[in-house]
Design a protein around this ligand. Structure first.
Ligand SMILES: Nc1ncnc2c1ncn2[C@@H]1O[C@H](COP(=O)(O)OP(=O)(O)OP(=O)(O)O)[C@@H](O)[C@H]1O
Ligand SMILES: [Mg+2]
Length: 348
């Protein structure tokens, strides 16, 4: 291997969230993904989340990334990065069956129809969905992904400053399919409840059919605890993360944000013949809130499980306890990002 080429043996994924930046590095060994390292850095001072879109926060983000990389010491010098789903657009479009070259041309001509932004401002990538049921014979399904170029440039520059390059930029739902669903061909709704945002994705046969973002997350839950119990925000945050079960009946807190999420899950189910849904899979830091799976199951009447992104990654028993206790479903995006390179390697 040349001294200057990227080391293909290691795969680094970094997830920028409103609460924290999370990093996972994997290697592909003996036909398995093996954990090399994981880490995170919280972006909060006394607050629970920052506004990633604000330019004032940009320097803070850069400093946080630098400190994460310094302690993490990744072996890879390139990275797959996620873009929060509210910044991108995923569309499932029907095209007549044609070659990939023809399709590339057709998409160039037709994406204007589907994407409500000037074409010069967005990066468009696409993929033919294999195994999908066509709307009629002779047609195929294609997933189109549009990401703002400003976002692409922003992350390129951020990593360039750290002496690294961005291999790929990916929308969160695609990473989540890799880490939480894998080869399962069933029908699932993945619900990623972060600090500020909740993203819901309907997955069928491993493809993302619907993706929706809601402006609610753990911060709303902390606020509800704080105002209901009349305690300061930081105390409410601590209490929330302590493992306390707020749904057990002792405290009567009205979590409007959870009702909102349940309502949106039901809307997706109703719009997509959901009686065949296998499960709702929860992830994101807020999936660690004790009892949230039970309460969402009660509200929706659906099977709700908590996703474990480490289930098909091997790791040393010495890190197991720490890994499972301190990360859990919050690392689902980062694991899926790191797995992207492994997927590419396998398909070569
Ligand atoms: N043990 C816990 N119990 C309850 N909530 C928790 C726990 N651990 C973390 N959280 C909550 O999870 C949220 C952070 O989740 P996550 O790391 O997925 O967010 P993020 O990706 O940084 O943010 P976003 O996806 O909104 O940009 C915070 O609101 C935090 O309080
Ligand atoms: Mg997140």
């Amino acid at each position: 291997m040349s001294l200057f080429s990227k080391k293909p043996d290691y795969f680094l994924g970094i997830d920028f969230g409103a609460r924290s930046i999370k990093a996972v590095e994997l290697e592909f060994i003996k036909n398995k993904s093996r954990l090399v390292n994981y880490g995170w850095v919280n972006l909060d001072g006394t607050q629970e989340a920052i506004d990633l879109t604000s330019s004032a926060e940009s320097e803070r983000l850069q400093a946080a990334l630098a400190s994460l990389l310094q302690s993490f010491k990744p072996k890879s010098n390139s990275v797959t990065v996620s873009i929060p789903s509210f910044n991108g657009l995923v569309l499932m479009v029907d095209f007549p069956i044609m070659s990939e070259i023809e399709l590339a041309e057709a998409i160039k001509l037709e994406s204007r129809k589907y994407i409500p932004a000037p074409m010069e401002d967005v990066n468009i990538s696409w993929e033919i969905v294999k195994n999908a049921q066509p709307v009629k014979p002779g047609m195929m399904k294609v997933v189109l992904v549009a990401a703002p170029k400003s976002e692409v440039n922003y992350y390129n520059n951020l990593f360039l400053g750290a002496g690294m390059s961005v291999d790929a930029l990916e929308l969160e739902p695609f990473a989540l399919v890799r880490s939480l669903i894998g080869k399962d061909k069933g029908k699932f709704i993945i619900v990623d409840i972060g600090a500020k945002t909740t993203s819901l994705s309907l997955i069928e046969g491993g493809a993302v059919y619907v993706n929706r973002s809601l402006n609610v997350g753990g911060v709303n839950i902390t606020n509800a605890i704080s105002s209901s119990l009349q305690i300061p925000f930081t105390e409410a945050l601590q209490l929330k993360e302590s493992g306390e079960n707020f749904f057990a009946g002792g405290r009567n807190i009205n979590f409007d944000s959870i009702k909102y999420i349940a309502g949106e899950i039901k809307r997706i189910v109703n719009s997509r013949n959901g009686d065949t849904l296998d499960a709702v899979i929860l992830c994101g830091g807020t999936a660690r809130l004790t009892g949230i799976d039970g309460v969402l199951s009660q509200m929706t009447g659906l099977r709700v499980i908590i996703g474990n992104p480490w289930s098909h990654v091997t790791y040393d028993s010495s890190v197991a306890q720490n890994l499972e206790q301190s990360t859990g479903p919050a690392f689902a995006v980062a694991v899926g990002l790191a797995e992207r390179g492994i997927e590419e390697l396998k398909s070569q």
